[in-house]
Design a protein around this ligand. Structure first.
Ligand code: ZN
Length: 207
């Protein structure tokens, strides 16, 4: 089965000292690099998503007159209000310095439309627009995705769930993920939901 590695949002703003730092976010970079080497050895594609927002993105609390960490509605969709993060072309939006990014075959950006957030690497939250990821994977005849990254309870979760719904077999590398945990169990619950929908939860040593 053709297998691709998908690295979700391994960007500075989600790591230590970043604008939306995920606790222990940096810990996943070494796991990502090991996974990259495994996939390179097998000649299988390595792809990555980038959260890539215009500065006026309305998911930013400051642009919507709301409070960071609270929830509301953005254009009819549930929305958590975030600090300004991953603004396109800024240092915060760049891939983590220690990630061996030279081996990434293809990048997909998301969250580029200021009116809608995009947790999934496949579609915006309203499922109106595709990032091109599904089309690219189809073209490469990929049937299985191995996914890790940030954050477990948002972008990893929605990417995994969309991947399963689109018919991919999905493996989640749990030691390669960390969560925001606005509520303490959010990441654990997200992993259980992914598993219930058909994802396999694996450790790095099992991939
Ligand atoms: Zn974002």
């Amino acid at each position: 089965m053709n297998n691709a590695l998908l690295l979700v949002d391994l960007q500075n703003d989600f790591c230590f000292n970043g604008a939306l730092a995920v606790p222990e976010g940096d810990e996943v970079i070494k796991v990502a690099n090991q996974a990259i080497h495994n996939f390179r050895r097998r000649n299988q594609p390595i792809i990555a998503s980038l959260d890539w927002h215009p500065a006026n993105h309305k998911s930013f609390a400051v642009n919507s007159g709301t409070q960071v960490g609270e929830s509301g509605i953005l254009n009819g969709l549930p929305q958590v209000w975030w600090p300004v993060h991953c603004v396109e072309k800024t240092q915060g939006a760049m891939l983590h310095q220690q990630l061996e990014k030279e081996y990434i075959n293809k990048l997909f950006v998301k969250g580029c439309d200021c009116d809608v957030d995009s947790y999934s690497a496949f579609f915006d939250n309203g499922k109106q627009n595709s990032t091109g990821l599904n089309e690219w994977l189809s073209g490469q005849k990929i049937e299985r995705l191995t996914i890790l990254g940030l954050a477990t309870d948002y972008c990893v979760k929605y990417t995994v769930l969309d991947g399963l719904r689109l018919g991919y077999a999905v493996d989640v590398v749990i030691d390669g993920c960390r969560g925001v945990n606005l509520r303490p169990n959010d990441s654990n619950n997200a992993l259980l939901e992914m598993q219930a929908e058909g994802a396999r939860l694996l450790k790095l040593e099992e991939i």
